[in-house]
Design a protein around this ligand. Structure first.
Ligand code: SAM
Length: 172
């Protein structure tokens, strides 16, 4: 997938997001989606979190304006009043996503949005152990207290069939 496709996958999820908000990308890796986020919201403040310092070093070279932090997103990160959180291909490492979703909801301001990018599958493999299709995501996100759960779009993927982007809101 090239960078232009990543931008187009995210675009509908950010259509009415404030352009100068504060965002965290949790499990940002080398920053493929962090760069896409910064393309769509060029005035936003971006924090990229990952437990892999090597990946974060690469991200920092690509996107020097982003703040990077080595941390485990299963632990409280002390964030608050964020306009948005992005988790791209990161939640599928967790069997039980509930505790992390509760932390994420606490980081967001009222009306803030959580954007996820995931494979459209409910059966995993050693590399993507616990994926979830959009219908499963809707149930999980609503159970975690998010509202307005929507699919922004999806694209074919040679790996697990498809990849989708979805977004939801922390109720005001
Ligand atoms: C498949 S990569 C996705 C990277 C990027 N978001 C993307 O879509 O291109 C998953 C990333 O999540 C990070 N990760 C997985 N579990 C994590 C955790 N508990 N805390 C922090 N980072 C984690 C990994 O280190 C890895 O960089």
């Amino acid at each position: 997938m090239d960078q232009r496709q990543l931008v187009e996958l995210l675009r509908p999820a950010l259509a009415d997001a404030p352009p100068d908000g504060s965002w965290a990308d949790l499990g940002a890796g080398e920053g493929n989606f962090t760069v896409a986020l910064s393309t769509l919201l060029p005035s936003a403040r971006l924090l990229a979190v990952d437990r892999d310092q090597h990946a974060l070093n690469h991200l920092a070279e690509r996107l020097p304006e982003a703040e990077v932090r080595r941390a485990d997103f299963r632990e409280p990160l002390g964030l608050h009043d964020l306009d948005g959180v992005l988790m791209a291909n990161a939640l599928h490492f967790l069997r039980d996503k509930g505790p992390v979703l509760e932390l994420v909801r606490g980081y967001l301001a009222s009306g803030g949005r959580l954007v996820v990018v995931e494979y459209g599958a409910d059966r995993g493999n050693p590399w993507v152990p616990h994926p979830f299709s959009f219908p499963a995501w809707r149930r999980m996100a609503e159970a975690a207290g998010f509202s307005d759960v929507r699919e922004a779009g999806s694209i074919p993927s040679r790996f697990l069939g498809s990849m989708y982007c979805a977004w939801c809101l922390k109720p005001a």
